[in-house]
Design a protein around this ligand. Structure first.
Ligand code: HEM
Length: 416
């Protein structure tokens, strides 16, 4: 292929499957359907990623040991010609997170992290989540409108993590800003202001690391029942390693904040767009667990996870060379008609509902129990306390999709 033809192909591909086009922001699932039907293992030239959109391919890839979760090279590549030292704190912490490691290292880190998720700890979360949800809704009680994002879905996971970690009041607002700055750089596919994003993410990582160091030292001498104490005790038994321990805490903060803050508005949006389903749930609150599973399937906040090919592979007849980045389309897989009957129908009673929202395989979401608890309590409380919930038609909702890996809203205004 000559360079002119190559340029044409690139242009056509970009036009055909532009994951960041404005209309895709409003409806990514039509694009995923076209990709699945026309080119289910697609090489996206503009991103330099292979994109999988079929359920079977995505599920198999999540379990494939020939794919690595170590994505440090991706973060460095994003910097282009900039100095790698710009993100030295970010890389120092990120490379020790279990989500960025493969077995056997991952197996060891995950086993240690599991100690923070004991049955007793999980039981204590329910009242924390209920109290935080009620406090946030108390603040808007006297109003007739609110922003689901800024009034509820952003502060909720941060306050829950703050309680679970035992973070002092004075530091709580920082948690939101740090998770945001880390998440923006994490998810950015490369952008003109990458230097600024990288600087902010590095600063946020350094600040969070300092706070964790201080809290871990405190809990080492005076352990409590919070998650940092539980993790510190587990690490004391297996050989104390501050860098590893603080890195897992950073991962838990970021993974818990960025996904839940987007999944709540995605869920509210789905319910308000399907009033008959919302009414069904209001008439029968026991359907909340199944409704939450459908909300995650229907519009997941984590539409893609990335992997790196450790060796040459063939997927769906396409040869994928070693070192390639593969974007596993969880959101696309969750709408594959080969797996789900009428996948574009939002049905809160859907059964079975084997969605890939929590990414099966060794990296299966460690926080799935917490996420489900936050979503069920938050949405059930919202519908009970504000039964007349409806879109604020005067104010535009602002979907955000500047990143491939996180999907949500910058703002979702409602009336009640
Ligand atoms: C709706 C909310 C959530 C969604 C959709 C979600 C989704 C995911 C997905 C898809 C993965 C796999 C990532 C990969 O394979 O690269 C993952 C991993 C992970 N999630 Fe979640 N998550 C959610 C909430 C949470 C919460 C609340 C926590 C808090 C503890 C959490 C902690 C983690 C951790 C620590 C991992 C890494 C596990 C490992 O590498 O072994 N997540 N999550």
């Amino acid at each position: 292929m000559n360079s002119q033809q190559k340029k044409m192909t690139t242009f056509t591909n970009q036009q055909k499957y532009d994951l960041f086009a404005p209309e895709v922001l409003l409806d990514s699932y039509s694009l995923y359907r076209r990709m699945r039907e026309e080119d289910p293992v697609h090489y996206c030239e503009s991103l330099g990623y292979w994109i999988l959109t079929r359920y079977d391919d995505v599920e198999a890839a999540l379990r494939d040991e020939r794919l690595s979760a170590d994505r440090s090279a991706l973060f460095i590549n994003k910097l282009g010609n900039l100095d790698v030292n710009l993100i030295q704190n970010f890389i120092y912490v990120n490379s020790k997170m279990m989500m960025e490691t493969d077995p056997p290292d991952h197996t060891r880190l995950r086993k240690l992290a599991n100690q923070g998720f004991t049955t007793r700890a999980i039981e204590s979360w329910r009242s924390i989540i209920q109290n935080v949800t009620d406090q946030l809704l108390d603040k808007v009680d006297n109003h007739s409108s609110m922003d689901i994002v800024s009034d509820l879905s952003v502060p909720l996971p941060a306050l829950v993590i703050a309680e679970m970690f035992g973070v002092p009041e004075s530091e709580r607002a920082n948690l939101i800003a740090w998770a945001r700055d880390i998440g923006i750089f994490w998810g950015a596919p490369g952008s003109s202001n990458i230097e600024e994003l990288a600087r902010k993410a590095d600063f946020a990582t350094a600040q969070f690391y300092e706070l964790m160091k201080q809290l871990i030292e405190e809990r080492r001498s005076q352990p409590g029942t919070d998650m940092i104490s539980l993790l510190t005790m587990a690490y004391e038994e297996q050989g104390f390693n501050l860098r590893e321990l603080a890195s897992q805490c950073n991962l838990i903060l970021v993974a818990a904040q960025l996904t839940v803050q987007d999944q709540i508005p995605n869920g509210v949006n789905a319910l308000l767009r399907h009033p008959e389903q919302m009414r069904k749930l209001q008439d029968n609150p026991a359907l909340i667990n199944s409704a939450v599973e459908e909300i995650i399937r229907f519009d997941t906040s984590a539409p893609f996870v990335l992997r790196i090919a450790k060796q040459d592979l063939t997927i769906g007849g396409k040869n994928i060379p070693t070192g390639s980045v593969i974007a596993l389309g969880l959101g696309a897989a969750n709408h594959d008609p080969a797996k789900f009957d009428s996948p574009s129908v939002f049905d809160i009673t859907r059964s079975p509902n084997e969605h890939l929202g929590f990414g099966p395989g060794v990296h299966f979401c460690l926080g799935a129990i917490l996420a489900r608890m936050e979503l069920t309590i938050c949405l059930a409380t919202l519908l009970r306390r504000l039964p007349n919930l409806r879109f604020d038609l005067d104010k535009q909702s602002i979907p955000r999709h500047t990143s491939l890996v996180f999907k949500g809203f910058d703002s979702l205004k409602v009336k009640f």
